[in-house]
Design a protein around this ligand. Structure first.
Ligand code: C2E
Ligand code: CA
Ligand code: CA
Length: 710
């Protein structure tokens, strides 16, 4: 659960937060990178334009200089026709030596391959121009107007034999009309200024360009830019140190962004942490609520909802075997009514603890509420385990509980149901376990029953019986038969036992065992018992010399008003209570000994007698029976049957008789069917006999007839 929420948190909160942070960081740094690179590129382009302009300006400057020297009467006068070398020497030798404005000056005739005259560093210099300028000078001269009508100038950067140089040319012209020029033989003045590294650097520094360098075109390095002439032909490569303003901006912004992102990450971490704590708290609360919803608060065992959930889960798994043992405590209500609720709660907790101990984590132990518990077993041995558990649980409850010094016993009826191949729905499984439990209850409690399909029809039938029984009680139409009991020696009728009979008017035939059981489980036994007693008392008032035996179910004894009701009914009939004997079966004698003693004492005080019915079928020890005072003991038919079958049983019967004598009670033998039994029974000390050999149960009218005839 905890892990699940950690995962949920990681997936829904932490991961998105981290991803968002990473995405924002990547986007931010990418943007900074893009902006700074953009700014660098832009600056580079601008610088390139400045470089270009600087080179233009250098060319323009030299062009202006050459124009000043060429458009001059003296020049025209001395340089056309026969060149006045003295004048040339005077004019350009010295200034070429300084090399400030130009490195050398030439006078060129378009018709001649070699320069007409020239000076370089104070020395006469007459190169073959086509060679020296690799033909580029002619191209420059071609760009000048050919009519010589007006002064003009052109310049270019040319790769000369001595390296890159600014070359400027102007036609030599006079300013006045008195110098006549032969237009057929035009001459040009050419200035050349070498682009030495120092000179290039000084140009750069004029334009705030760092480390400006020029190199020959063709060998383009990474960070160099080609410079193009007016024809679009590259004349040089320029290189310089870019200012890269983007880098500085990037450094500054990156620091701030890193700080901001760091802060953001911190905030996100804080938010994430708070969310995590919140989710954890919610998960914890949810877990608690779930626990609460699936557990019984009193015992901490799983509750009905949890059981239902688990059965549904199992039913969807293929190949599972699942069995439930549905246990319903018997006698818990009495404990709860007798003591306070705290005691009841305590008892439930002790039982729950016992269940935990008995199952040793082998099954899922649940409390459905009240005194209902279920243990769910799975696996191929589930059915075996359920039965084994049921036996152990019944044994566990056999030991009475000590409640404030008084002993209280609760019993249990357990129904077992399950599936081994075709899974059942939770509802159906529990219905079957409930029916099996009901079966265990109606067949004598403190036992378990494994569900059989026949239980379903039986259950339906029992509901029908209960329904009809309600009507029978309401209309008081129940029949009562009487079976005479005779004196063992005189065979005179001394008593009659009232036996309930399903009315003959009913379309079905139901045995008393069956409808008494239904009455016990449906809460009808108190009213039914009252009705039988009332009818029996009314009938017996006609036979004043006979005792009247009436059967009472132990379920009736659990009703706190039992004594009051019974004595009330007897009093209302006007019959002498001393004639009445209450028969109670041994097997289901009360678990709460003191309470039973109390009831017996109250009945005795009113004059009634108590008989122990069906003696010999139960397993009660003589010590246990000694705690009650019985006026009579009725030996069960199963024992009486064996009286003549062999000597071994005879001894058992005799032993039983002795035990009865030890309890200082009179003894009646039930179910006497054969003459041969009588002598043995008389010899072993039976005072009275009852059985088909003498009389079968019969209607009250027949008893009257027999008595009248006697
Ligand atoms: P029970 O109290 O032991 O009643 C004696 C049963 O033995 C009666 O069966 C009776 O008909 C039968 N019986 C008597 N002599 C012989 C015999 O020689 N041979 C054979 N085979 N049976 C004999 P019944 O009337 O069917 O009653 C069965 C049980 O139903 C009774 O056993 C008693 O536990 C219960 N029951 C009957 N009437 C009442 C009643 O009014 N109240 C209560 N609480 N239980 C009753
Ligand atoms: Ca009886
Ligand atoms: Ca009996």
């Amino acid at each position: 659960m905890r892990a699940f929420y950690n995962w949920k948190f990681a997936l829904t909160i932490a991961l998105p937060l981290v991803l968002a942070s990473v995405a924002v960081s990547i986007l931010t740094f990418d943007l900074i990178g893009r902006v700074s690179t953009g700014s660098n590129i832009e600056d580079h382009q601008r610088t390139r334009e400045i470089v270009s302009s600087a080179l233009d300006a250098v060319q323009q400057q030299l062009a202006n200089n050459v124009a000043d020297n060429a458009y001059w009467d003296d020049a025209a006068r001395n340089l056309y026709g026969e060149v006045n070398e003295d004048w040339v020497s005077q004019t350009w030798r010295d200034s070429s030596e300084g090399g400030v404005i130009y490195d050398f000056a030439l006078v060129v005739d378009r018709g001649l391959p070699e320069a007409v005259t020239g000076y370089r560093k104070g020395m006469a210099f007459k190169p073959v121009t086509t060679d020296y300028f690799s033909g580029k000078l002619d191209l420059l001269l071609d760009r000048l107007p050919q009519d010589f009508a007006a002064p003009a100038t052109k310049s270019a950067i040319i790769n000369t034999k001595d390296g890159l140089a600014v070359v400027a040319a102007s036609p030599i012209l006079s300013t006045s009309a008195d110098v006549v020029i032969d237009a057929a033989k035009p001459r040009f003045l050419v200035f050349v200024k070498f682009l030495t590294p120092e000179y290039v650097k000084s140009i750069g520094s004029q334009y705030v360009l760092q480390d400006l360098k020029l190199s020959l075109p063709g060998t383009l390095e990474d960070d160099s830019e080609a410079m193009y002439d007016w024809q679009g032909v590259a004349f040089a490569n320029a290189q310089w140190a870019d200012r890269r303003p983007g880098d500085a901006a990037r450094a500054a912004v990156t620091r701030k962004a890193a700080l901001t992102l760091g802060f953001m990450a911190l905030v996100m971490f804080g938010v994430g942490f708070l969310c995590w704590r919140l989710i954890r708290a919610i998960a914890q609360r949810e877990q608690e609520a779930r626990n609460e919803a699936l557990h019984d608060t009193l015992t901490g065992l799983s509750n009905r909802a949890a059981l239902h959930e688990e059965i549904e889960r199992l039913s969807k798994l293929p190949g599972t075997t699942a069995f439930v043992a549905f246990a319903d405590l018997d006698g818990f209500k009495e404990v709860n009514d007798t003591y306070d609720h705290a005691t009841g709660d305590w008892l439930i907790r002790v039982v729950a603890e016992g269940l935990r101990h008995l199952t040793k984590n082998q099954g899922m132990v649940c409390r459905l509420g009240g005194d209902e518990f279920v243990v769910l077993f799975t696996g191929k041995d589930a059915e075996k385990q359920s039965c084994q558990f049921a036996r152990h649980f019944i044994e566990f409850l056999r030991v009475p509980f000590d409640l404030e010094g008084r002993q209280a016993s609760v019993g249990v009826s357990i129904g077992i149901a399950g599936w081994s191949d075709a899974a059942l729905e939770s509802h159906e499984l529990m219905r079957r376990a409930d029916i099996a439990m009901y079966k265990a209850k109606t067949t004598g409690k403190n036992r378990y029953c494994v569900y059989l399909p026949s239980f379903d029809s039986e259950r339906v039938e029992n509901l029908d019986i209960a329904q009809e029984l309600r009507e029978i009680i309401a209309t008081r139409t129940l029949d009562v038969a009487y079976q005479p009991v005779v004196d063992a020696s005189t065979r005179q009728i001394v008593s009659v036992e009232a036996l309930a009979r399903w009315p003959l008017t009913s379309p079905r035939k139901i045995t008393p065992d069956r409808f008494i059981r239904v009455a016990e489980t449906c809460g009808l036994i108190d009213d039914l018992g009252d009705l039988i007693l009332a009818k029996a008392c009314a009938d017996a008032s006609r036979w004043p010399k006979l005792r009247l035996a009436v059967n009472v179910s132990t379920v009736q004894l659990k009703n706190p008003k039992f004594v009051q009701r019974t004595l009330g009914t007897i009093a209302a009939s006007g019959i002498d209570p001393a004639r009445i004997e209450i028969e109670i079966t041994e097997t289901t004698l009360m678990d709460d000994v003191p309470k039973a003693q109390e009831i017996f004492a109250a009945l005795r005080a009113a004059g009634l007698r108590i008989a122990l019915d069906d003696f010999g079928t139960g397993y009660s020890s003589i010590g246990y029976l000694r705690q009650f005072k019985f006026d009579r003991i009725k030996i069960d038919r199963s024992l009486v049957d064996q009286v003549i079958s062999g000597s071994a049983e005879q001894h058992i019967v005799q032993g039983t008789m002795l035990m009865a004598a030890g309890l200082t009670a009179a003894v009646t033998a039930e179910g006497v069917e054969h003459e041969e039994q009588i002598n043995v029974l008389r010899l072993t000390g039976c005072h009275e006999l009852q059985g088909f050999l003498f009389y079968k149960p019969m209607p009250a009218a027949e008893i009257s007839t027999i008595l009248d005839a006697a």
